[in-house]
Design a protein around this ligand. Sequence first.
Ligand code: RNT
Ligand code: ZN
Length: 421
Amino acid sequence: MNAREIEQAYAAARKVYADCGVNTETALAALETVPLSLQCWQGDDVGGFELAGAALSGGGLAVTGNYPGRARTPRELRDDLEKALALIPGRHRVNLHSTYGEFGGEYVPRDSFRPDHFRGWVDWARERGLGLDFNATLFAHPLAESGYTLSHSDQKVRRFWIEHVKRCREIGAWMGEELGTPCGHNLWIPDGSKDETVSRRLRREILRESLDEIYTTTFPRAALKDSVESKLFGIGLESFVVGSHEFYLDWSRNQDVMMCLDMGHYHPTESVAEKISALLTFREELLIHVSRGVKWDSDHVVLFNDELVTLMQEIVRADGLDRVHLALDFFDASINRVGAWVTGARATLKALLFALLEPTERLREREAAGDGFGRLAWLEECKALPLGAVWNEFCSRGRVPAGTEWIEAIRADEARLRERR
Ligand code: RNT
Ligand code: ZN
């Protein structure tokens, strides 16, 4: 598709939307302001660069597949991120786990991580105008093996993890200050158990104490934005997860800490989209981990499907675009990893554009008039409006490939990845 074809198709689409009362220029302008946070861990199967760490183990997460080309060094990972970002329209952020520091060939225990271990990332991000987000890492570690970290009953183990999270929040705040854009620090812990657990209340009391201690330290909001992420179950954590939705919802109510809702962390028929308006009634901000659950997996590459579209509609309809942060969270080692990033990120932005192009005012009028049929019929008509033409225009303005060209760009990059062993 050449520039002229994109332009012509867009001009026609603009008219179709205008006839429905939608201004495509307003939608494009809004979409441009939305950053996605790209998860570094898609590039190396949640491996990280800790000497002892290497591969992900336990902790309720599982990465499957052995497609060639896994990034093995920070340099390779940054190269791959750049390749991905060059195919995603808009200005975005990079989300790091603490185990992705540059530790100079030395084993640094997690309770001793420091900002200078992340100097290389910050310099890189600054040069490219990217914001950074950050995550404490409480899995893939001998002290997480028992299945408990911040809710561990052994005081020594618990201290280790409390200290780790404290250091990660400090590092995050430092990143936010260095880059002049608040760093989102998200906390997810794998605590829980495969089978019937009797002392559930005890575990939750311990977790509460740990959190209370960690979050007494506060940082300027311009530097750090905290969030806590709940989960229903994980692999090997089928019966009990300490940090459940209700637990964090209640705990964070009186804290300056956002809820993080991961789209793969709820009952399969439970809608994360439906929670947006409830949470925005009481909270200033939220974090969404954009993911796709497939049966018992919660981390498939995101696609433009009903869950994603409904989520975006709820954010837009609730006027929550600047209060809901979007971070991608999936990892697939069975396909080209750069391709996975780009597929998920483009799907997310395209779903958001779909929501921004909704004739919401018309729908609200129908609704207010009690015209249920009219509302349904209009919702149905929206599905066949020329989204693709507006999307291509967005890509073209953002100087990234429109149409299917990005697929060829991923293929052309295969040889570079295959050299890695
Ligand atoms: C795990 C959570 C968490 C992780 C990342 C790697 O179930 O979704 O967000 O995916 O921290
Ligand atoms: Zn998540």
